[in-house]
Write a protein that binds this ligand. Structure first.
Ligand SMILES: *[C@@H]1O[C@H](CO)[C@@H](O)[C@H](O)[C@H]1NC(C)=O
Ligand SMILES: *[C@@H]1O[C@H](CO)[C@@H](O)[C@H](O)[C@H]1NC(C)=O
Ligand SMILES: *[C@@H]1O[C@H](CO)[C@@H](O)[C@H](O)[C@H]1NC(C)=O
Ligand SMILES: *[C@@H]1O[C@H](CO)[C@@H](O)[C@H](O)[C@H]1NC(C)=O
Ligand SMILES: *[C@@H]1O[C@H](CO)[C@@H](O)[C@H](O)[C@H]1NC(C)=O
Length: 455
């Protein structure tokens, strides 16, 4: 059942009914171009209960500190209006203004007459609704902008704080604990969508001349004292003290894949009527300890409609595979584990199919010493290497499971690379050259994504 979260006090006027041409002209950010940051940094935290990665955004005046779940494929940043205090710098985006037209593609208008204006309830406001077929939830959002405070970086430390004016986002009457399967303590979603004018990365790079339209993610693993990072604008990236060199030299590059019709995957609160915001790469095969896993590789490319099938997601925690790929991976991993690592299989712990006693598995810098999984990617001979820390999940004392999940025979995409697999790797998404770079595990270099970035 579809449910609508728009409140009855909101009156929707469709665009053809509106005749007012807005006097509110989008103010360009030229005023900021004199200052010269090259990159910005956001801290990334992990919630161990929900397995969500989030950042805390300092927004508005006085500050609202909003915990926002990082959604790599999100078109918009979303907030729960009810948790956003009145801010003197908040401005609704007027309906049919240039900015409204540029950001929402097929918008509607909202008039809210219910009490004094506040975020989410203003007159003549740009709005849209989003329906997510997976959660069967329809969400109504109004578009507004406010000042956010972001730290610049040199790749090592957080440097100066900048006030970024006109940061646009959508806000709605949204209970984020019901948006995600496992609940959420967040007040929003931070969208980093590929083709979106409203992605955080795109907004920052269009406001600052020296900030390139690229960003990097470094997701922390559990129980770390320091935070991970999102870097916006590109490298260098440093992971001190153990990896003193610029980690962008570690990045293995593979093209971002954009197809027509668009690839198809819907993270929470995404709109289905806009071009895909997701980051797809071309995984050509999988190896275990250097040996090819045998399965029908057309599953990696085709689903009958010509879609590319490996998406990178920060909102899925465990990597999900098409059933045929999953079965082949488990079969070969179990065989390799028994013959070469003498690992002892124990019963399965759903959703995981292959579990082992950890008693005779050594611990190494890169996690449990289990067979190594390589993802072979387009355009590079060097694979995305997955060590025990990213492939195995501790389900209870002395039991480790292969942390991949069977997505069935008709999944939305054949492979969803999830957060657990991405932890402690540096991933760069370059929207200018349309490339994805990955470092494989920083643990291999005795570094990790959890870094102190204050001096
Ligand atoms: C809104 O204001 C209240 C009261 O001052 C404060 O407790 C709360 O943290 C503020 N909300 C945010 C998101 O910062
Ligand atoms: C926005 O789009 C509407 C409908 O196409 C159009 O009437 C309006 O003039 C546009 N606004 C601007 C500022 O271009
Ligand atoms: C992004 O903005 C540009 C210029 O404002 C506009 O031409 C383009 O259609 C927008 N793209 C999207 C996806 O909204
Ligand atoms: C993690 O999420 C759970 C469930 O939403 C919440 O109860 C808990 O407070 C969160 N923990 C932190 C540290 O935010
Ligand atoms: C890795 O780092 C730890 C401290 O975090 C240090 O004790 C250890 O000697 C380092 N190992 C290598 C091989 O550099």
């Amino acid at each position: 059942m579809a449910s609508s979260s728009s409140s009855s006090s909101l009156h929707l006027f469709f665009l053809f009914l509106i005749t007012i041409v807005s006097a509110f002209i989008c103010v360009s950010s030229n005023a900021f171009k004199q200052t010269k940051p090259n990159a910005f940094i956001f801290p990334v935290k992990k919630n161990d209960t929900t397995h969500q990665f989030y950042t805390t955004l300092d927004m508005g005046k006085p500050s609202n500190y909003m915990n926002m779940v990082i959604d790599l494929g999100g078109q918009f940043s979303w907030l729960d209006c009810n948790q956003y205090n009145i801010s003197s710098t908040y401005r609704p985006i007027r309906c049919m203004s240039a900015k409204c037209n540029a950001t929402t593609e097929g918008f509607t208008c909202m008039d809210c007459l219910d009490g004094p204006p506040r975020p989410g309830c203003t007159r003549d406001t740009c709005a849209f609704s989003s329906y997510n077929p997976e959660t069967e939830m329809s969400i109504f959002g109004v578009v507004g902008e406010d000042t956010i405070r972001v730290s610049s970086t040199d790749g090592r430390f957080s440097l100066l704080d900048f006030d970024i004016r006109h940061f646009s986002f959508a806000c709605g009457d949204i209970d984020f604990s019901s948006v995600f399967d496992k609940g959420s303590a967040s007040q929003g979603i931070l969208g980093l969508g590929r083709a979106s004018n409203t992605s955080v990365a795109t907004q920052l790079s269009s406001a600052f001349k020296h900030v390139h339209n690229k960003f990097a993610l470094c997701l922390p693993s559990s129980k770390q004292f320091y935070f991970g990072s999102i870097f916006v604008g590109g490298g260098p990236y440093y992971f001190l003290p153990h990896y003193p060199d610029d980690a962008s030299k570690l990045l293995i590059k593979t093209p971002l894949i954009v197809t027509n019709p668009p690839n198809n995957y819907h993270p929470p609160l995404s709109r289905t009527d806009v071009s895909s915001q997701d980051y797809f790469i071309d995984v050509k095969g999988i190896k275990i300890d250097g040996k090819q896993v045998s399965f029908d590789t057309s599953l990696l490319w085709l689903n009958g409609e010509g879609f590319v099938e490996t998406v990178i997601s920060t909102v899925n925690y465990y990597t999900v595979l098409h059933s045929a790929i999953y079965k082949a991976l488990v079969r070969d991993f179990v065989k390799e584990a028994a013959t070469n690592k003498k690992m002892k299989r124990v019963g399965s712990f759903p959703p995981f199919g292959a579990c082992f006693s950890s008693e005779n598995i050594k611990n190494t810098m890169t996690g449990p010493a289990v067979p190594i999984i390589d993802l072979v990617v387009k355009g590079n001979n060097v694979p995305w290497r997955i060590y025990g820390a990213n492939s195995m999940v501790k389900v209870k004392k002395n039991v480790l499971c292969l942390g991949f999940v069977d997505g069935g025979s008709f999944p939305i995409t054949s492979i969803i690379l999830g957060g657990h697999l991405l932890e402690n790797s540096l991933l760069e998404f370059d929207l200018e050259s349309s490339m994805v770079g990955f470092s494989s595990s920083l643990l291999f270099h005795n570094a990790s994504c959890s870094q102190s970035r204050v001096f």
